[in-house]
Structures are given as structure tokens and as C-alpha cells.
Design a binder for this molecule. Structure first.
Ligand code: NDP
Length: 273
């Protein structure tokens, strides 16, 4: 598995398995299939309500803790210094692991900058060794700059929606400028890329599926990519994309499919829940 180096010095596997919207009763089985298929990076969040089941799958696997990169996220209603410290302990209790690889602020939350106090709590946990790397999710350049101005601490990662219909060149450039690794969520635009003529054409040329081409494009941009499926054969095929080599022309043409086609909320308007 390819890895990227975070500004914390730690390595992050470039392809990860995400468990958003996987029901708790299916999560342990899906994560077990993913670990058996070779994924070494699992992405969950408090709001996904399946951290405990991720922990069960990790415990049931024979893999040493060091071999699996685990991410979870602090939810909007837990933002603030003390709340974040409490939320972290709750998440760690559910995951049942002794350190976390990456903790993310899930959303900046429109109309509030309590992400600054959240970040200070995360810095404390990072300094104490409870978390190896700290980062953010759904941050735009102004959020990133405000956070850095207030604390002097640059996030290790920024996890944002990226797929062929939302190339996110502005935020990706901000991440590059600031030394932040970009992670892509919903890389398959939640299943809406099927039937796209250009993706079908390129998929046909490579003898691969549209989904596999979309994942290969995202990896070629240099992003960490998080995939999700509840079907064992798709969990396996989604990791079998590291050998797909798209040429520069194919990468450019896919990038030009960008149409501001979000499948998730916009960070500038998504509020506290
Ligand atoms: P994806 O874009 O990966 O799409 C998942 C959907 O695509 C599912 O419905 C799945 O269906 C289907 N699918 C999976 N593989 C294939 C395939 N090979 N061919 C065709 N269809 C396929 O969506 P997610 O929104 O789950 O994003 C991935 C991860 O990113 C999440 O699990 C989560 O960890 C993270 N995320 C983070 C967010 C944030 O705010 N930070 C927000 C959203 C996601 P099926 O299960 O039937 O295979």
C-alpha cells in the first residue's frame, strides 16, 4: 500500500476504507473484509455511530495495532475545549485502542469559530501522545488560515469531498500551499458517476469499471482516497486500483468534468447540529 507523509512525520496509507452510513450491525463484518483485502486505513467518526464496531473488527484481526491507521472525528455539537476532550475519551472508549492515528474536526460549522478551541484541545491530546496526527475536514482556505493564525499549528490533513464532478482545485491548492495532505471523501460521488460518457470511455480503454477509474484519478492527483462499500466484492475491487496508470491527457479530461457537483453539504453553510 502506498503511503503519504503527513507534516507530523507519520505515514498515512493512501487508500482507506470509510464506514459512513454503514449500519452498526454490518460495520464489524465490512471492516473485517476490508482488513483481509489489504486495507490498512479505517476512517470513522463519532456521528457514524459505529466506532465500537470498528474497534471490534480491529480487536478481532490478528494485525498489530501499528499496522492499521485509524481516524475518527469530533462532531459539531462536541466542539469547544472541554467538550472535545470529553468527546475524544468517549470515542477512544468505543474504539478501544490506546492511541489514535488521526483525529479530525469534522466540519468548521458555519457562523462559529469554536473550531479554534477544539483545535487547542486536540493539540493538548497530540502533545500527550494520545493522537499521532491532528487534522480537519471540510475546511476552506479561510478556515485553515484562521486556525493557523490563532494557534500556529498546521493541520496534518484536510478531508474534503472530491470526485470527478467536484475537483476542488481551490482547496487542494490551499492544502498544498500550507503543507497539508488532502483526503478525498465520496470519491464515487455516492454512486452517481455511473453512465458518465467520458468515464465509460476511459474505463473501456483500461478494461476497468467507472468506479475504479474515478478512484485511480483521485489517487493520481495525490490525494488520500476513502472508499466505502458494504459489498465484499466491491470492497476488494476498490483497493485493486493502485496499478491503474492514467496518462496526463486522461487525468486532465477527467478533471475537466468538474461542475461544482457536490453530493454533500457546503462547508460555508453547514451549521451546528
Ligand atoms: P462513496 O463516494 O465512496 O460512495 C459509496 C457508494 O458507492 C455506496 O453507495 C456504495 O454502494 C457505492 N459503491 C462503492 N463501491 C462501488 C463500486 N466499485 N462500483 C459502484 N458503486 C460502488 O461515498 P462515501 O460518501 O461513503 O465516502 C467515502 C468515505 O469518506 C466515507 O465512508 C467516510 O469515511 C468519508 N466521508 C467523510 C465525510 C466528511 O465530512 N469528512 C463525508 C462523507 C464521507 P454499496 O455499499 O452498495 O457498494
Amino acid at each position: 500500500m502506498e503511503t503519504l507523509t503527513l507534516n507530523s512525520g507519520h505515514e498515512i496509507p493512501q487508500l482507506g476504507f470509510g464506514v459512513f452510513e454503514i449500519p452498526p450491525e454490518e460495520t464489524a463484518e465490512c471492516v473485517t473484509v476490508a482488513l483481509e483485502a489489504g486495507y490498512r486505513h479505517i476512517d470513522t467518526a463519532k456521528i457514524y455511530n459505529n466506532e465500537a464496531e470498528v474497534g471490534q473488527a480491529l480487536a478481532a484481526s490478528a494485525l498489530p495495532r501499528e499496522d492499521v491507521f485509524v481516524t475518527t472525528k469530533v462532531w459539531n455539537s462536541d466542539q469547544g475545549y472541554d467538550q472535545t476532550l470529553r468527546a475524544f475519551e468517549t470515542s477512544m472508549g468505543k474504539l478501544d485502542i490506546d492511541y489514535l492515528d488521526l483525529y479530525l474536526i469534522h466540519w468548521p460549522v458555519a457562523g462559529s469559530d469554536s473550531y479554534v478551541d477544539t483545535w487547542k484541545a486536540m493539540r493538548k491530546l497530540n502533545e500527550e501522545g494520545r493522537i499521532r496526527s491532528i487534522g480537519v475536514s471540510n475546511f476552506q482556505r479561510p478556515h485553515l488560515e484562521h486556525l493557523i493564525d490563532e494557534t500556529g499549528i498546521v493541520p496534518a490533513a484536510n478531508q474534503i469531498e472530491i470526485h470527478p464532478y467536484l475537483a476542488q482545485s481551490v482547496v487542494r491548492q490551499a492544502d498544498i500551499d500550507l503543507g497539508i495532505v488532502t483526503e478525498a471523501w465520496s470519491p464515487l460521488a455516492q454512486g452517481t458517476l455511473e453512465g458518465d460518457p467520458l468515464l465509460e470511455e476511459i474505463a473501456g480503454k483500461h478494461g476497468r469499471s467507472v468506479a475504479e477509474i474515478a478512484l485511480a484519478w483521485n489517487l493520481a492527483l495525490g490525494n488520500v482516497v476513502l472508499t466505502r462499500s458494504t459489498k465484499a466484492e466491491r470492497i476488494r475491487s476498490n483497493i485493486d486500483v493502485l496499478d491503474i496508470e492514467l496518462d496526463d491527457d486522461e487525468i486532465t479530461r477527467i478533471t475537466q468534468l468538474d461542475r461544482d457537483g457536490r453530493v454533500g453539504p457546503h462547508p460555508d453553510t453547514f451549521g451546528r447540529k
